[in-house]
Every structure is written in structure tokens, then in C-alpha cells.
Design a protein around this ligand. Structure first.
Ligand code: NI
Length: 163
């Protein structure tokens, strides 16, 4: 089932999400629906608050060779190093994009749908997506992380969008 995506002003996008305490059928159904929703919008990542659920679930599909889509429950960045800048967008902020400075490499722990421990060592785009989606779980959007200069650029995009 395709779920409605929440946009910028929705309170669910700005508050911290709760950890998942049990991976119930309801959570598994949510993950299925999130994949369907993300694929329909051709996204490369989606976090549960973007479909109005304030729980710590993300899905990722960088659509790169050799990568396969995955869900991560209660993801946590346990190590971050280096620096990279990537032009990000977000399904919750249609028409907006800006350069965001993030860690170049991250190590992320979490659970998969079977409650198995997952450890991901990520760099490049995967590291960006993981940091972006985990930010969503803390109520942070990429537009909250922009430099003043990038913020101005996004404001111009916003004005164009209104025309
Ligand atoms: Ni996003």
C-alpha cells in the first residue's frame, strides 16, 4: 500500500522517533508499505516519520550496482569520520536541494526484519543516505543542516516553487 508522504511542516518530521521494542507484523507491513511508497517516488531512502510514524525505522535503496535495498530498525551511528559534501534532496521537501556537509564514513548498527544485528560500514552515497535517514528519526531535515549560503539557495528554490 502506498502511504501518503508527510511534508516539511508536519509535526511528525520535527520530533524524535521512538525505538522499536518488538518487530511485530505491523512493523513488517509498515516496512513493505514504505518500500512501495519509496519506489513509487523513485527515492533512495525513506524514514518512518515521513509516512507519519514516529518510530525508528528506515529503508535504503541507493540504486547502485551491487547494492540491494534494505530496512534498518533502531539504527545508530556508532562511528563517523572524515567529511564529504553531497547535494541532497528529500521526498518530504519536493523541489528543494542543497549541499550538505556530513561524515565521509560511518559505521551503523541496527536490526533487520528478523531481529538480527546488522553492522554497516558505509562511505560515499550510502553514508550520506544513512545519515540523512537517521537524522529523520531525530526530527532533523537536511534543510536544517545547510550553511547560510545554501539556505539562501533553498529559499530561492522555494520561491520558484510558489510561482
Ligand atoms: Ni529525507
Amino acid at each position: 500500500m502506498i502511504l501518503p508522504i508527510t511534508y516539511e511542516k508536519e509535526p511528525s518530521l520535527h520530533r524524535p522517533s521512538q525505538p522499536v521494542t518488538a518487530i511485530t507484523n505491523e512493523i513488517l507491513d509498515l516496512i513493505d508499505d514504505m518500500f512501495e511508497t519509496m519506489n513509487q517516488s523513485n527515492g533512495i531512502g525513506l524514514a518512518a516519520p515521513q509516512v507519519g510514524k514516529n518510530i525508528r525505522v528506515i529503508i535504503v535503496d541507493t540504486q547502485q550496482k551491487k547494492s540491494k535495498p534494505f530496512a534498518l530498525i533502531n539504527p545508530e551511528i556508532v562511528h563517523a569520520e572524515g567529511e564529504q559534501v553531497y547535494e541532497e534532496g528529500c521526498l518530504s521537501c519536493p523541489g528543494l536541494s542543497g549541499n550538505v556537509k556530513r561524515a565521509a564514513r560511518v559505521t551503523v548498527l541496527g536490526l533487520d526484519e528478523n531481529s538480527d544485528d546488522i553492522k554497516i560500514e558505509a562511505e560515499n552515497l550510502l553514508a550520506v543516505v544513512l545519515q540523512h535517514e537517521i537524522d529523520h528519526l531525530d526530527g532533523i531535515l537536511f534543510i536544517d543542516r545547510l550553511s547560510e549560503e545554501e539556505k539562501e539557495k533553498v529559499e530561492k528554490q522555494r520561491n520558484l516553487r510558489k510561482m
